[in-house]
Design a protein around this ligand. Sequence first.
Ligand SMILES: C[S@@+](CC[C@H](N)C(=O)[O-])C[C@H]1O[C@@H](n2cnc3c(N)ncnc32)[C@H](O)[C@@H]1O
Length: 316
Amino acid sequence: MRSTMQLSNLRHEATNLLVALILVMQGLPGCLYLRVFQNQDCHLSLSQRSRNLIIVGDELTLANSFRMLGITHRSVQYLIEQLPGMIKVGDRHTFKYSHRPYVDPDNEDLPAIVNAAGCARSEGFKGRKPFDMFGFLASHHREVSMSCNLPEETLRNQGLPLAMRFRDLRGNWTKARERFVVLHSHIHGRGLYARCDMEKGDIIIEYAGELIRPSLTDLREKYYESRGIGCYMFRINDTEVIDATLKGNAARFINHSCEPNCEAKTVRILGKNHILIFALRKIFKGEELTYDYKFEREEKKIPCSCGASRCRKYMN
Ligand SMILES: C[S@@+](CC[C@H](N)C(=O)[O-])C[C@H]1O[C@@H](n2cnc3c(N)ncnc32)[C@H](O)[C@@H]1O
């Protein structure tokens, strides 16, 4: 019992030692040859010159040595395969973790290791797009019903004072949100689409979010950028900004158009400013909802892709 434990401890130590040696070898470009193990019957060397793990010895000795040294351990095999230039491990080993093609090391025409950036770590990984937490909304595979089961007159309360209409919208939000849906947009990324006809003057949605001071916007923008999160903010005036990034609703996905079918208005209700989106004309089911962002003119232009016949070409 004791000797079995001692043996397994020894094996564990040997594996650790080997891992450490390989890691050192990986970190030292000048380290071209390392004799890891040697006894009368066999030796085991790692060579970067011949790009080979050299194993010499008879089968039985090797099998025992391999086990003793932890060569059969997955993490050791992984590390050995990752050694710079390593193209062969013994005679019978097939690469499991790095998928390198086998090339005969005796052949002088060894292929050059192609690496455009000179360093694999600095190469762009083309398989993955930057993180976008709302990316799924633009997916063509998302199944969304365009039918809206609300009775025609729901939330059509244009005769009432604005404060009451706003209260109605908030109170009936579960119903109100059935009237539109976020889908992939031809203008940009995602957009908001009508699921039922809407009349001119209807309140469509509130641009909801967290009310913050403008001095916080830069800080938050940097934070969102560092996390790869798209930033959604609406400036109400010089002292108030709505940050819809983490606490907003579907209004944040409304795109800009130079010929919009909606408009964004600041309304003051019970002493608080709110941004409401109103229909500028009759909107038909299936239309993308848009408003004019009315960005200030700047030298650094943002191209507009609204596609309207009277598009101003730039959003600012
Ligand atoms: C409030 S977001 C609109 C939602 C956005 N489409 C999305 O998927 O996240 C505003 C951003 O959308 C883009 N955008 C909106 N309307 C656009 C337009 N007409 N042309 C080009 N980009 C537009 C701009 O990058 C703008 O900063």
